[in-house]
Design a protein around this ligand. Structure first.
Ligand SMILES: Cc1cc2nc3c(=O)[nH]c(=O)nc-3n(C[C@H](O)[C@H](O)[C@H](O)COP(=O)(O)O)c2cc1C
Length: 171
């Protein structure tokens, strides 16, 4: 198959569940900037590297490159609304509570965990850019379950152990 239909491509790839992560930084005026990605992943332990992919037309990528740093915020299962806002056109930080990370990136309130990075490398791949971050600080913020994206919709994570426990408690 040489040419692959875009809708078909997205449809099949949508069957691979992803975590929902808000990538944050600040602009030259210290204003918070960010976007939602489903492509955040760990890359290397030694040195500690992580990465995500961002569309070539991204409005946030220039801010990330200029700041030379970003924070990956793992959203919690109850933060679907926040995800929609952070993936939307405008006012992404309207009403959003956040505190600065050690590097100065926004750490959003109510998330599961965060990873604070310096930009190590930005590589153009196809119509996206792979942003590789050198991990400087990281922390588990809460015991909340993570927000997931699957087949075009949001969902909350539920472990098999929890399902079994629920069933037992339901007896
Ligand atoms: C669950 C989910 C996952 C997404 N994953 C990515 C991604 O990995 N890379 C990307 O560039 N955009 C991704 N998007 C789309 C961006 O969040 C959206 O296009 C945003 O408006 C881009 O903002 P920007 O122009 O400031 O970069 C995702 C959106 C959602 C809802």
């Amino acid at each position: 198959m040489d040419t692959i239909n875009g809708r078909y491509f997205r449809g099949v790839l949508g069957h691979f569940p992803t975590s929902v992560v808000a990538i944050t930084t600040t602009d030259a005026d210290e204003r918070p900037q960010g976007l939602v990605v489903g492509t955040f992943m760990s890359v290397s332990l030694d040195p500690p590297l992580v990465s995500f992919l961002v569309d070539g037309s991204s409005r946030t990528l220039p801010a990330i490159r200029a700041a030379g740093r970003f924070c990956a915020n793992a959203l919690a299962g109850n933060q679907e609304r926040l995800s929609r806002q952070m993936a939307s056109g405008t006012d992404r930080f309207d009403g959003v509570i956040w505190k600065p990370s050690p590097l100065g990136n926004p750490v959003l309130d109510g998330i599961v965990a965060w990873v604070d990075c310096g930009v190590e490398k930005v590589v153009e791949i196809g119509d996206h850019f792979l942003v590789v971050g050198r991990v400087r600080h990281l922390r588990v913020e809460s015991k909340r379950t993570p927000l997931l994206f699957f087949r075009g919709g949001y969902g909350d994570y539920l472990s098999t152990t929890n399902l079994v426990l629920d069933r037992l408690v339901g007896w």
